[in-house]
Design a protein around this ligand. Structure first.
Ligand SMILES: C[S@@+](CC[C@H](N)C(=O)[O-])C[C@H]1O[C@@H](n2cnc3c(N)ncnc32)[C@H](O)[C@@H]1O
Length: 333
């Protein structure tokens, strides 16, 4: 294991590495709308098959979906354009069933070093810090990282926010992650120098709340998780359930006119899937998630399919017939 996360300059004009790919599957709904999480259900999302081949290539009968295919994927920092919308919709309450379960699965957090991968504006980072963890949050969106840093200035919790691509195999800069707990409520020794200066094995736990389906390079993200965790460390993540087909007005994990096995990035079109209509999501099969984790030494240890909140289910009875969220905990062996 050699490396981890490289800090990016703020306002980094990143072009997605697959932007010019002609092989990656890209779905785009006619209405330009999105799936994954509705604002009510929280943020969620997925990649091409190993070797860069699209699942669509395996399923020619899914060609109907390709009529909406586009040649260029939007920049990966898709949340820069919706930072205000996102931060307003997902507050620090962290009371949605998936996030509650995610935090439960992590167990006691006092004095634990935790990396919040794809931390957004830091709502989960702050929940972790309030439970006593020493937290580093990493996100690709400079706008969301700025919001996270502003919250930290207003109410210091000792969280270090890093603007970086979680899939970048560059070295984890000790100065970027250093001082995470200096003066933090957790009282944990500073992370800088606490472990390998390259970031290897630095964290007791890595968390990714509704981030994996937003990250275009799943393999790269999971490699980062495995690299930054200490042996025996825990990775916990929540996603929109990859088997969720959606319901009336609510987009599922994949386009309604495609098939579960067709993986790729797409924009949802459900009226109520307001976030995913804007930022889209990567759909991947459950097997892709579990096998990718396993390839990187992350053994599935616990999983849950939390029921959506009563109000959500009552107003979306069609969608609520299916599993909506998936929460997993893995241990690095
Ligand atoms: C649905 S939001 C979740 C944010 C946060 N975890 C939460 O629960 O509020 C998904 C996040 O993934 C981030 N993201 C997408 N690709 C990323 C990448 N390659 N590296 C780091 N963050 C990424 C987005 O910028 C966005 O903030």
């Amino acid at each position: 294991m050699t490396a981890a996360i490289r800090a990016l300059p703020i306002s980094y004009p990143r072009v997605d590495r697959r932007a010019c790919s002609t092989t990656g599957p890209i779905f785009l709904s006619a209405g330009g709308a999105a799936a994954g999480c509705t604002p009510e259900s929280g943020p969620a999302v997925a990649d091409s098959l190993p070797g860069g081949r699209s699942a669509l290539d395996e399923h020619p009968s899914d060609r109907a979906a390709v009529t909406r295919r586009v040649g260029v994927m939007p920049k990966a920092a898709r949340y820069d354009d919706v930072a205000g919308f996102y931060a307003a919709g997902w507050s620090d309450d962290v009371d949605d069933p998936a996030s509650v379960r995610l935090l439960d699965l992590l167990g006691p957090l006092a004095r634990r070093r935790v990396l919040d991968l794809a931390c957004g504006h830091g709502r989960i980072s702050r929940a972790l810090a309030r439970r006593g963890a020493a937290v580093v949050g990493v996100d690709l969106s400079s706008a969301l990282i700025e919001k996270a840093r502003a919250a930290e200035r207003e109410t210091p919790l000792g969280i270090r926010y890093v603007h970086a691509d979680a899939t970048d195999p560059g070295p984890l800069d000790a100065t970027e992650c250093g001082g995470v707990s200096d003066g933090a409520s957790s009282g944990v020794d500073g992370i800088a120098g606490a472990a390998d200066p390259g970031g290897v094995g630095l964290f007791d736990a890595v968390v990714c709340a509704f981030g994996l389906s937003d990250i275009d390079d799943l393999e790269g993200a999971v490699a980062t998780v495995a690299r930054t965790l200490r042996p025996g460390g825990v990775f916990a993540c929540s996603i929109l359930h990859p088997c969720f087909p959606g319901g009336q007005g609510v987009s599922g994990s994949w386009p309604g006119d495609a098939r579960y096995h067709a993986e790729g990035w797409w924009r949802a079109d459900g009226d109520r899937s307001t976030l995913r209509r804007q930022v889209g999501a990567n759909h991947r099969t459950l097997a892709t998630y579990v096998n990718t984790l396993r390839r990187h030494g992350l053994w599935l240890d616990a999983m849950d399919e939390p029921k959506p909140a009563q109000e959500w289910a009552a107003t979306r009875p069609d969608a609520a017939r299916f599993p909506v969220f998936l929460v997993m905990r893995c241990v690095l062996r």
